[in-house]
Design a protein around this ligand. Structure first.
Ligand code: ASP
Ligand code: MG
Length: 421
């Protein structure tokens, strides 16, 4: 059994979905489980819809209309028969949002978010399932909320591994058919929908692969494989043919936009290789990630994270950053679900670089005691260079204003002022 994951780009148009069907057909000799994301930028649009709905703005209806239109257009490009049952199935799925919009929002923003944003994956998997069946394959649609069991941490659902693996194991032995389900979403014991964090579909795929003891997981992407830098930003970007799990995790951890960092652990633990392959050139081998692969440190990996904020937290009463004080401070970040992209310590202060997120920052600020002073600098970028040379650093920061820098033997991290566009 193999698991294939198709992200937003692979399902963003009728042409891409036809390509997906070809890839699946060519590989359907083996039993396949397919995990799909929402189509194109649907998750972003649903996020906006949710915030408009909670704010009580009519804009929510406009956005929903646009999202429905986009899906209609894709379906029109895939199904000749306007009476195909998929049209009704999709309309009935969007109705869930309409019903929510008739009522007042739930007091927990994140609860609303998950019930709304998850519709993107539900709709896309229904369309693709119908398309695979139309092509002559036998495809069975599964509701991931009955397989990925989580707690009720909305937007960051924590997986209950015992329950999840028992449910997923029940899928083994379903011969001669392709199974399709949604990435990114799970369900609570009260049957509410949760999501696993943005870009969480890779993680869902890894959970399915590990619980099924799959032969491999393949993530189909709009890049040739895992690159040492974002090809959209660096002309000289090179592909890794292979990477050890640990290196893939390093890249993901520092923010390379390749796979969700949570993806690696379940695969590594179960010894399942991960392939990252180019969706538009399925004949190419992409990158293989497993335990046997060789560490490649003869050229640097360059990771640029935009939209960063630097927080400087200093004490006003001369308490210094000992292990107790520091432990309390770090816990506040954990409680607010804020990832520390870089951390630097001095006796009386701590600097951290985090992703820009006003909501989370508000939550954190509310928790800081009066004996602390917080300064916030926005409009920054974080450049991480693994296996750097001095020349690499020099060339990459030429002409830039460096706000903070930190060097270890293999890793350089520099907080830079954002370039004016
Ligand atoms: N659709 C979700 C997102 O865009 C999950 C994913 O694609 O991985 O974040
Ligand atoms: Mg994605």
């Amino acid at each position: 059994m193999r698991v294939f994951k198709f992200g937003g780009f692979s399902v963003s148009s009728a042409a891409n979905i036809s390509n997906l069907v070809n890839i699946v057909s060519q590989n359907s000799k083996d039993q396949l489980v397919i995990i799909v994301s929402a189509m194109g930028k649907t998750t972003d649009a649903l996020e906006k819809l949710c915030s408009a709905y909670v704010a009580g703005s009519d804009e929510a209806h406009v956005i929903l209309h646009e999202i429905k239109d986009y899906h209609e257009q894709i379906m029109a490009g895939l199904f000749d028969d306007p009476g195909h049952p998929v049209y009704d199935e999709v309309a009935n799925t969007f109705i869930e949002i309409e019903w929510m919009m008739e009522d007042d929002p739930h007091p927990d923003y994140d609860f609303n978010y998950d019930q709304i944003v998850s519709i993107g994956e539900l709709v896309s998997s229904k369309i693709i399932s119908a398309c695979l069946n139309q092509s002559g394959l036998t495809c069975k649609w599964l509701d991931a909320r009955g397989y990925i069991h989580t707690d009720n941490t909305y937007r960051e659902g924590m997986i209950d591994w015992d329950k999840t693996s028992a449910s997923i194991l029940g899928l083994q032995g379903q011969k001669n058919q392709v199974l399709i389900t949604q990435g990114f979403i799970g369900g609570t014991s009260e049957n509410f929908t949760t999501t696993l964090g943005r870009e969480g579909s890779d993680y869902s795929a890894a959970v399915f692969a590990s619980c099924l003891h799959a032969e491999s997981l393949t993530v189909w992407k709009d890049v040739p494989g895992i690159m040492n830098a974002d090809p959209a930003l660096f002309d000289s970007a090179r592909k890794y043919d292979q990477l050890p799990y640990s290196e893939a995790l390093e890249l993901a951890y520092y923010g390379a936009n390749i796979i969700h960092p949570k993806t690696i652990k379940p695969l590594q633990n179960a010894g399942i290789p991960l392939f990252v392959r180019p969706f538009l050139r399925p004949g190419e081998s992409g990158t293989r990630i497993d335990k046997a692969a060789r560490l490649i440190s003869d050229f640097p990996a360059i990771i640029l994270k935009k939209n960063q904020v630097l927080l400087n937290i200093s004490t006003t009463d001369f308490s210094y950053m000992d292990e107790i004080y520091l432990g309390t401070l770090i816990k506040l970040f954990g409680d607010a679900h804020i990832k520390l992209n870089m951390l630097q310590l001095n006796a009386l202060s701590m600097s951290v670089c985090i992703d820009h997120n006003s909501e989370k920052l508000k939550k954190l600020t509310a928790q800081l005691s009066d004996s602390l002073q917080l300064s916030v600098t926005e409009g920054l970028e974080l450049l991480t260079i693994l296996y750097y040379t001095e020349k690499d650093v020099y060339e990459l920061i030429a002409g830039r204003t460096v706000v903070v820098e930190q060097f270890s033997k293999d890793t350089a991290q520099l907080v830079l002022q954002q370039r004016r566009e």
